[in-house]
Design a protein around this ligand. Structure first.
Ligand SMILES: Cc1cc2nc3c(=O)[nH]c(=O)nc-3n(C[C@H](O)[C@H](O)[C@H](O)COP(=O)(O)O)c2cc1C
Length: 253
């Protein structure tokens, strides 16, 4: 089964090199419009998008993420979970606003922002743009909050570096479906090890032959390598989220 949208989705790859040409305001508006039409939990539209056009702020985000290549993107979006705007509406209506501080509402904002993020990525790809979603802005979440003057009940989730591609990365192979799609209950297949070995071989082949940053590693080794990250990295996140006004503590209700 195929059509233009399925083909586009099946061709996704993150792009990290851009030709430096800024996106036009019409392109930016089109991408934001695509994000806005994404599904949103309880129709609360509980996220905001901040366009980062100031080179000083972009540079600082490069420092925070460790990814200075973002500065060459044609545009940079910061995707923010946002209950602040709905707090204004609720306060003006003299409504009880307690729920906006709940963990459930924090999660709803993260869902909304993440789904809108994918809409921007896909809409951009349909226009011939490339992008990379960037969770690395959370290396120093508080710095991002300070830099962008994010008020209480907001939280920066993801950046999106997007622009005209100056690279054409190879497709990264994904897991075989039997290892990630189950019927009715969670059930890894009995031939898990065999299927994983096959996938490891495909990933190793990809890393050995892709058109940049060649390396000798398979998927299992990649996962183990990921475990060597400092467990203290981002350990302050829960505190930062709490300081932004969201109740993330475990307590009796
Ligand atoms: C939530 C999220 C956070 C990500 N953060 C980063 C990041 O900080 N830096 C980066 O270079 N890529 C980042 N990526 C891109 C992934 O590395 C990339 O999607 C993955 O390696 C698969 O490659 P592909 O997108 O080219 O298929 C992120 C992707 C997601 C979904």
């Amino acid at each position: 089964m195929t059509n233009d949208i399925l083909t586009l989705l099946g061709q996704h790859r993150s792009v990290r090199q851009f030709d430096g040409q800024p996106l036009s305001s019409s392109e930016v508006n089109t991408l934001v419009d695509a994000a806005q039409h994404a599904a949103t939990s309880t129709f609360a539209q509980q996220y905001s998008i901040i366009s980062i056009t100031d080179p000083v702020i972009k540079h600082e985000l490069g420092n925070i993420s460790g990814h200075h290549w973002l500065e060459k993107s044609g545009h940079y979006f910061m995707m923010v979970a946002d209950q602040h705007r709905n707090l204004q509406i609720a306060t003006a209506a003299h409504a009880n606003t307690d729920i906006l501080h709940s963990f459930d509402k924090f999660l709803a904002g993260t869902f909304d922002a993440a789904i809108a993020t994918e809409a921007i990525v896909t809409a951009g790809e349909s226009l011939g743009l490339g992008s990379t979603i960037m969770g690395s802005i959370l290396n120093h979440a508080q710095s991002v909050i300070d830099l962008l003057h994010l008020p209480s009940l907001t939280f920066p989730l993801l950046g999106i570096a997007i622009g005209h591609p100056a690279e054409n990365p190879d497709l990264k192979p994904r897991l075989p479906q039997p290892l990630m799609h189950f019927d009715n209950q969670y059930a890894l297949p009995t031939d898990f090890n065999q299927q994983l070995s096959g996938y490891d071989a495909r990933v190793a082949e990809y890393y050995q032959h892709r058109n940049s940053h060649l390396k000798q590693i398979d998927f299992s080794q990649h996962m183990v390598q990921e475990l060597s990250r400092d467990p203290k990295l981002r350990s302050e996140l829960i505190q930062v989220i709490s300081q932004q006004g969201f109740d993330v503590s475990a307590h009796e209700v």
